[in-house]
Design a protein around this ligand. Structure first.
Ligand SMILES: Cc1ncc(COP(=O)(O)O)c(C=O)c1O
Length: 446
């Protein structure tokens, strides 16, 4: 298979270059003024040698500068899970833009948004940021502050944004800087304990040191393929964190795919902190982090007014009027109960389609779904943790599958094989993906 995969890849790259002359030209010109020719360094990761440049996007589709239309299952890696340019969000943006964008003063929307976040996630005391990374960073700082402990515990192969403490992996049971970690401020072994997801015994051992301020966790891993928690795992995680005086922060940035209140509400979790970003404002930068009433009580009065603006938690534009207006509209009118009632069955349809193609061809792959997110992985067995999921990765195969799809008008995320449904995605979009996927795997054969 590897030799023919290389041939197939070469064929797809030639087709991509030929059919995207305008994107290719822009990518060439960009080298003069953008570092390595990209506005964001990781955009180099898109398959095909250069990314498609986008002309416009609406709903679940976008059109590139060569006039080619795509079904978008990447949806800005969740930033556009609401669908591109949803009408209620656009209206709110236009109205708010005419009335001022940022003031460093609260707008009334802050109240509505925080009440809605409480209704969805349970925790009752909210702050705003502009990115999920910042929401996580600030939560970690506050957790250290209130517990007077310095370590953070994360699960192996997690991703929580560009949070220094989270770029650590387990190598032969030791904590080491994650491969590719650029200029870590200190060796992450000093700041971080790492355990495998679903490994309750290791979690218990790590928390028993009683030096962990906070466990920062996605409730199901979504950034190394999807790894579900095993039955009882979250109960044990909560029980152990409470027993050892460690706070529990649940990062719902991706798992908002599970429903209105993410995995937390769907499964009755009781975190001390919830963090979320990306899609909540329909693509306008906005993020939030909320504390339980108990934690808010512990924090209250501990932050000195004189130094409140230089304590490491901030962001001049955080909580700005535009972000909050867009969040209100997106949560209130776009990512609604009715939207999830469409999106989740679409992900089930996507899963069924991909599963049937895998079965027909006899490939040792499987599909996992979490709410309106689904993903295929190149292994027969479902991974129990990050290490197993990482071991099932195959970069060459992934690039081929992505490029094959892209050449036929389908965009997957640039990282692993994920598809996300928006309220604007249709059954026909899903069926088109199944058709293209089937074609790709038939060519690969076994
Ligand atoms: C679970 C999770 N948390 C946080 C982040 C960081 O989001 P951002 O890059 O918007 O800060 C990501 C990004 O992929 C994520 O997957």
């Amino acid at each position: 298979m590897p030799a023919s995969l290389a041939d197939l890849q070469a064929r797809e790259e030639a087709r991509f270059a030929e059919t995207h002359p305008r994107s290719r030209e822009l990518a060439e010109r960009a080298k003069a003024s953008l570092f390595e020719g990209m506005p964001m360094h990781w955009m180099r990761k898109w398959p095909g040698g250069f990314p498609v440049f986008v002309r416009e996007a609406k709903g679940a589709r976008f059109v590139d500068v060569d006039g080619i239309e795509y079904v978008d299952f990447c949806l800005g890696d969740t930033g556009a899970m609401s669908g591109h340019a949803p009408e209620p969000t656009l209206r709110a943006i236009a109205e708010q833009a005419a009335k001022g964008l940022t003031l460093m003063l609260p707008s009334e929307d802050a109240l509505w948004v925080s009440q809605e976040l409480t209704r969805r996630f349970g925790v009752s005391s909210w702050q705003f940021a502009l990115t999920a990374t910042d929401a996580n960073r600030f939560s970690i700082r506050l957790a250290r502050h209130v517990t007077d402990r310095h370590k953070v515990l994360v699960f192996n192969w997690c991703y929580h944004g560009t949070v220094d403490e989270s770029f650590a992996t387990l190598v032969d049971g030791r904590v080491e800087a994650r491969q590719g970690n650029l200029g870590p401020p200190v060796n992450p072994a000093e700041t971080t304990r790492v355990v495998e997801f679903n490994d309750v015994e290791a979690l218990e051992r790590a928390l028993a040191y009683e030096d962990v301020a906070v466990v920062l966790a996605e409730p199901a891993l979504t950034n190394i393929g999807i790894v579900h928690p095993e039955p009882g795992f979250h109960e044990r995680l909560r029980e152990l964190t409470r027993r050892h005086g460690t706070l529990l922060a649940i990062d719902e940035t991706h798992t908002i795919c599970c429903g209105l209140g993410g995995f937390t509400a769907a499964n009755g979790l009781e975190p001390d902190i919830v963090t979320i970003g990306k899609t909540i404002a329909g693509g306008i930068p906005a993020a939030a982090y909320g504390f339980s009433a108990e934690l808010a009580g512990r924090l209250a009065g501990t932050i000195e007014l004189g130094e409140i603006d230089v304590g490491g938690i901030g962001g001049t534009l955080a909580g700005n009027a535009l972000s909050l207006a867009a969040t209100r509209a997106t949560l209130g009118e776009v990512l609604t109960e009715a939207a999830y009632a469409r999106m989740i069955p679409l992900a089930e349809r996507w899963t069924d389609g991909v599963e049937s193609a895998i079965a027909d061809v006899g490939l040792p792959w499987h599909v996992t779904r979490l709410g309106c997110r689904a993903e295929y992985l190149f292994s027969a067995a479902r991974p129990r943790n990050g290490a197993e999921a990482h071991a099932a990765g195959d970069a060459a195969l992934e690039r081929y599958m992505h490029l094959f799809a892209l050449n036929r008008g389908i965009l997957l995320t640039p990282f692993h094989n994920m598809a996300l449904m928006s309220p604007a995605t249709t059954e026909a979009d899903v069926d088109r993906h199944t058709e293209v996927f089937r074609e790709a795997v038939l060519e690969l054969g076994v």
